[in-house]
Design a protein around this ligand. Structure first.
Ligand code: SF4
Length: 369
């Protein structure tokens, strides 16, 4: 559960400021606050916000890096579930601020904990839970769903460590229930040779998720019917088209893309994998990248010696992340300067405890090896 503290200075004051003044206001507040504040900028965040970030990265990386600072205030320029994760992983006393509470994640919102608990009860009622079933959630989910996994022997995964965690869980459990991104689940399951007929898709708006009892009993992987509205827009024909137009191009996509796109690509992996792959590639190499546009634009700027294309040139950015504008950041920082914590994200103690159980399992099974 999240709590919002009282807002004492109007955002409207910042909305009418010229852009240069907004940027100056952020930097002035940062200079005054010094090490008391750390500003986090997700890789998919817009340039005019990222330029103010002390740290950039993906959601899990950023939460870990922020927890390693002594900052009192973590201003997370990302989306809601990321700020929750920073609160869960943060040191005692660190307070997390989301500059716009409307910055959600359409994928995370596709699975509520009530729906997940209902699905679990339905699985129990038909005997599926008589088998050993592990709930696994992608980092891009609410704290409540992470806690659900923590309570039920499950784990959290990122797009970087989904493969090693699937490897472990597939050996120890009869099946896995994966939330909320069907594509990451399906793409990872396919790496282990699980055939599509053994992957049931759970539609939370239908009885038994739209499956028969037998299909659920036989499934090795049950995939929640969620997806990323940004990565879901890449289509297989985009891959065919760019290969026709740019001979020798290599296609590199995020595993949140649909299976058919991943199958046609040369490589797939997390945001960090995408960045490292381009960093380490030869000068003159050609890449078509299937991920959020702001990240691809920054890679183009960083590597002018490489030919970098967005896989689908008409693709829009992550609209919810885009809600964090410099004006929101300036407003949050100015309030901090005045001693007011606005838009604080606080996960309740019980949810934090069990979400931490699932996160600690992830760390133990992957990083402490
Ligand atoms: S890019 Fe997709 S998964 Fe990431 S925050 Fe935006 S909607 Fe959510």
């Amino acid at each position: 559960m999240s709590a919002v503290l009282e807002q004492t200075r109007p955002l409207e004051d910042f909305l009418v400021m010229p852009d240069a003044e907004v940027a100056e206001s952020i930097e002035a507040a940062r200079a005054h606050l010094g090490k008391r504040v750390v500003i986090l900028g997700h890789h998919y965040q817009r340039d005019d916000v990222v330029k103010h970030a002390d740290l950039t990265g993906d959601s899990y990386q950023l939460s870990v890096m922020a927890s390693q600072t002594d900052a009192e205030f973590i201003v997370f320029c990302g989306v809601h579930f990321m700020a929750e994760s920073a609160n869960i992983l943060g040191k005692p006393g660190q307070r997390v601020i989301l500059p716009d509470l409307g910055a959600g994640c359409s994928m995370a919102d596709m699975a509520t904990v009530e729906q997940v608990e209902d699905a679990w009860e339905q699985l129990a009622a038909i005997g599926v839970l008589d088998q050993k079933v592990a709930p696994i959630t992608y980092m891009n989910s609410s704290a409540a769903i992470k806690a659900f996994c923590g309570r039920n022997e499950g784990v959290v995964c990122t797009s970087s460590n989904a493969v090693p965690l699937f490897d472990i869980y597939l050996k120890q459990f009869d099946k896995m229930f994966f939330f909320p991104d069907q594509h990451l689940g399906r793409n990872t399951g396919a790496k282990f040779g699980i055939p599509l007929e053994k992957m049931a898709l759970w539609n939370p708006h239908q009885e038994l998720g739209g499956n028969t009892e037998q299909e659920l009993l036989d499934a090795k992987l049950i995939l929640w019917r969620g997806h990323c509205s940004v990565h879901g827009r890449f289509k297989p024909w985009h891959v065919d088209k760019i290969r026709d137009e740019v001979p020798g191009i290599q296609v590199l996509v995020h595993p949140e893309c649909m299976r058919e796109v991943v199958e046609k690509s040369d490589l797939d992996g997390s945001t960090s994998f995408i960045i490292k792959t381009v960093e380490n590639s030869a000068s003159g190499s050609k890449w078509a990248i299937g991920t959020e546009v702001n990240l691809v634009n920054r890679l183009q700027q960083r590597f002018p010696d490489k030919e970098i294309h967005l896989l689908a040139p008409d693709l829009c950015m992550c609209a919810t992340m885009y809600r964090i504008a410099p004006q929101n950041l300036a407003w949050a920082m100015d309030n901090l300067l005045g001693g007011n914590v606005v838009n604080e994200i606080v996960v309740d103690d019980e949810t934090r405890h069990f979400a931490n159980v699932a996160l600690a399992r992830m760390i133990d099974l992957t990083e402490n090896k």
